[in-house]
Each structure stands twice: as structure tokens, then as C-alpha cells.
Design a binder for this molecule. Structure first.
Ligand code: A2P
Length: 268
């Protein structure tokens, strides 16, 4: 076993779980996902994030990771970028089945159903690894109990980076129980910015110029019925938030539910 795994087993810090990696899947040279065991008693709400870490040169290094699996799953899933010099991801990208990964005990986050006021249609706007919290929410029956329609948008530079999202939607369709719960309420709108693809462009542009609504056969945002969650880079959050605010939606939080919520997809 790699040295880091042995170090960890012998020396797990207080307030932290050390879980076992069960599966690793690499999508591109920039993206991978991994699954690990879920500690007994670890509770979270779909859409929340946790601090994930590894011991690097004798010191634990943590980064915020959205939990990509739904609250009912008996494993935990994460979708990660690989940054060549990233303090955590340069090491995390090398994990294999059987390795140990650290996770701080308390999950948190704003991309939760509780932070939204009731509505009919839920938009989930994501770029890159920002799809992770939505991977959790689109697999949670509660999402479909609260909304009649769920629209997941995912924008990446290249087509190969969309695969995680397409796999998720396919997995839901193949799952007998989940597909019955979802019952056609989920729509997946995938766009690419740096390669030819049937749907091209930044989501902010596709909202501004009306193409997203035309492609989906929907009316412009309606604050009475539409709710949204946004997860991407700081600039993407800011610009998407402005478009929602212009349409009359107001930002919410755990302490004060609103019509949309945002969270930065960050890791290095
Ligand atoms: P673009 O290729 O035009 O930069 P990244 O991999 O850099 O995180 O980007 C993920 C996706 O998010 C890319 O398709 C990128 O488009 C898009 N993007 C970057 N900045 C913004 C922004 N301010 N608003 C909307 N989309 C953005």
C-alpha cells in the first residue's frame, strides 16, 4: 500500500474520518471521480460539501468538495479536477481502490432544497466540476417531490468533459426505482465552448440571447415559478446571478430561503 495510506491508518486526526476508496474513474486528463465508504453516522443533505483531504509530507491538506452522491447512498462520491501543481489534487488524482481519504466530520453548504422557497421548475446551472452538487440532487427523490421540472445545465470547454453528466443521466434512466421517481421530470442541457457541439456557448450567453429557452421550449425566467441553483467559477456565479436578479429572482440562504442559491466550485 502507498505510504500515505499506512501513515493515515496509524494517525487519523480528531474530528476526521479516514474512509476507503472503492472506485476511481478518470474521464479526461483534467477530470476524475472517486467513490469511498460512508462512515456510520455521517449525515448530510443532498447538495452539501465536505472537506476532503490527504496527508501530504506529513501534513493533512484539505479542500472543499461537493458530495456528488445523494443522501440515501451508502457510499460517497466526488467529482474532481486535476491540477498538476494543486496542493491536494496533484496527490488525490493518484488514489486507487483501497487507499484512505480523510473527510472532516461536518458537511455544510447552500445548494440545498431547504434554502429555496417553493416553486415549480428548478434550474441547476453548472460549469466544469460545478455539476457535482447537482449529481447529488438529481438522484434525490426529494428534488422531484418539490419540483415538477428539473433542468440541469452543464457547460464545459470540451465535449469529453461532459461525459460525467451524460453518464449520470443514463444511470438514472437505467435505475428502476429512481427512473420511476424522476418520471421524465429531469432535463439535461449540455453545452460546450471550445469545440463544435450541437449546443454551443456559455450558459450566460445562452440565457441572455434567449437560445437556452428556445432550445428547451421554455418561457423566460418567472420569479413566481422558477428556482435556481448555480455552481461554477466566481465569474460564472456573478454573471448568472445578475441574469436571475434582472429577471426578479432573489438570492436565498439556509437561514432565509429565496428564489436562487449559489456556491463556488473550487478546488486546486
Ligand atoms: P470558456 O471556454 O468560454 O471560458 P473552466 O474549465 O475554465 O472552469 O470553464 C468551464 C466552462 O465555464 C467553460 O465552458 C467556460 O467557457 C465557462 N465559463 C468561464 N467563465 C464563465 C463566465 N464568466 N460565465 C459563464 N461561463 C463561463
Amino acid at each position: 500500500a502507498p505510504a500515505r495510506t499506512e501513515d493515515l491508518a496509524a494517525n487519523v486526526p480528531a474530528g476526521v474520518y479516514a474512509e476507503t476508496v472503492t472506485n476511481v474513474q478518470h474521464y479526461t486528463d483534467r477530470l476524475f471521480r472517486f467513490r469511498m465508504t460512508r462512515p456510520d453516522g455521517f449525515r448530510f443533505r443532498s447538495g452539501e460539501f465536505a472537506m476532503i483531504g490527504l496527508v501530504v509530507d506529513g501534513k493533512p491538506v484539505y479542500r472543499a468538495y461537493s458530495i456528488a452522491s445523494p443522501a440515501w447512498d451508502d457510499e460517497l462520491e466526488f467529482f474532481s479536477i486535476k491540477v498538476p501543481d494543486g496542493p491536494l489534487t496533484s496527490h488525490l488524482q493518484q488514489i486507487r481502490q483501497g487507499d484512505k481519504v480523510l473527510m472532516r466530520k461536518k458537511p455544510t453548504g447552500t445548494l440545498v432544497l431547504d434554502a429555496l422557497t417553493p416553486g415549480k421548475r428548478l434550474y441547476m446551472f453548472s460549469t466544469g466540476t460545478g455539476i457535482a452538487p447537482f449529481a447529488s440532487l438529481i438522484r434525490d427523490p426529494e428534488t422531484y417531490a418539490k419540483f415538477d421540472e428539473v433542468i440541469l445545465t452543464h457547460t464545459c470547454r470540451e465535449v469529453s468533459e461532459l461525459k460525467y453528466g451524460f453518464d449520470l443521466v443514463e444511470e438514472i434512466a437505467k435505475d428502476e426505482l429512481l427512473s420511476e421517481v424522476v418520471g421524465g421530470k429531469l432535463r439535461h442541457y449540455a453545452t460546450v465552448t471550445r469545440e463544435p457541439f450541437p449546443y454551443q456557448g456559455r450558459i450566460t450567453d445562452l440565457i441572455s440571447n434567449g437560445k437556452m429557452f428556445a432550445d428547451l421550449g421554455l418561457e423566460p425566467f418567472n420569479p413566481a415559478t422558477d428556482r435556481a441553483m448555480i455552481c461554477g467559477s466566481s465569474a460564472m456565479l456573478k454573471e448568472t446571478k445578475e441574469l436571475l436578479e434582472k429577471a426578479g429572482l432573489t438570492e436565498g440562504a439556509n437561514s432565509k430561503p429565496g428564489e436562487f442559491v449559489i456556491e463556488r466550485a473550487f478546488v486546486d
